[in-house]
Design a protein. Structure first.
Length: 262
């Protein structure tokens, strides 16, 4: 019993530490935008980096959303913990396909704390988190439809990161774009499998392409911005994914109530 309590305390402490570090790194990026030259960096205040800035922030936000879900009933939010791991796995894959510039110290630090939280999660062995989960066929079909354009976008950015050197490649920006594509695909897959707490990944999976599409429309000349057609397609897919997830949830709840004789 004491061991279980100590495990929970350690888990909670690591979750809080991860969130605090993510907030610190986010505030540093914000300061770079508000005060160009902060910490000797100015590119975050330049418009041609805007889409990359948004992507960096979205990867960070994915981690934050997943870890915030662990502050209350973590055993019912294993999907959120899984989602929090995805950006780091995606960045590692992008780095393996390109170069080490993709992995910055902040990401490595957050990756370590998120992995520690997973190891000490109250739900136990992560390999058992998906037992009993049921795949939503419509959500899975949407993921399959998005897979080809997402992987093509990722590969384009992998090649750009490899090609360097440029100020974008030296900062790992194209690697972030590739990791973003991998993350959207993986988070949407997690939501489609529907483990405990799957609604949060469903909303995040929809929000990520919507945010990128909107940023591309607002900053059309920024490097890595999507063409208008693809920006609208990304927004449409994100909205459709969330809508299907919510309709499926309500249908499942209605079925459960009817089965229970309510």
């Amino acid at each position: 019993m004491a061991t279980v309590s100590l495990r929970r305390v350690f888990f909670s402490a690591v979750v809080v530490l991860t969130l605090a570090l993510a907030a610190l790194f986010a505030s540093m990026v914000l300061l770079m935008n508000v005060q160009p030259g902060f910490m000797g960096m100015s590119h975050f205040s330049e418009e041609h980096h805007r889409t990359h800035d948004v992507t960096f922030s979205l990867l960070n936000a994915t981690v934050v959303a997943g870890m915030l879900a662990q502050l209350r009933r973590p055993a019912r939010n294993v999907a959120g913990q899984t989602m929090a791991l995805i950006p780091f796995a995606a960045l590692l894959l992008a780095a393996a396909l390109t170069n080490g510039w993709v992995l910055s110290p902040p990401w490595l630090i957050l990756g370590v704390t998120t992995v520690l939280a997973t190891m000490f999660h109250p739900a136990g062995d992560p390999l058992r988190w998906f037992r009993g989960a049921r795949v939503d066929p419509v959500m899975a079909a949407l993921v399959a439809a998005a897979a080809t354009p997402l992987l093509a976008f990722a590969w384009t950015n992998v090649l750009l990161q490899r090609a360097g050197p440029s100020d974008h490649a030296l900062a790992g920006h194209y690697g972030y774009m590739a990791a973003f594509s991998f993350s959207v695909l993986a988070v949407s897959l997690v939501a489609s499998v529907r483990p405990e707490g799957w609604r949060l990944p469903a909303w995040v999976a929809g929000a990520l392409p919507v945010a990128l599409g909107l940023a591309s429309l607002v900053y059309p000349t920024s490097d890595s911005s999507l063409e208008p057609f693809w920006a609208i397609a990304a927004i449409s897919w994100g909205v459709a994914f969330v809508a299907v997830a919510e309709l499926g949830r309500r249908g499942g709840m209605r079925h459960a109530l009817e089965a229970g004789g309510v």
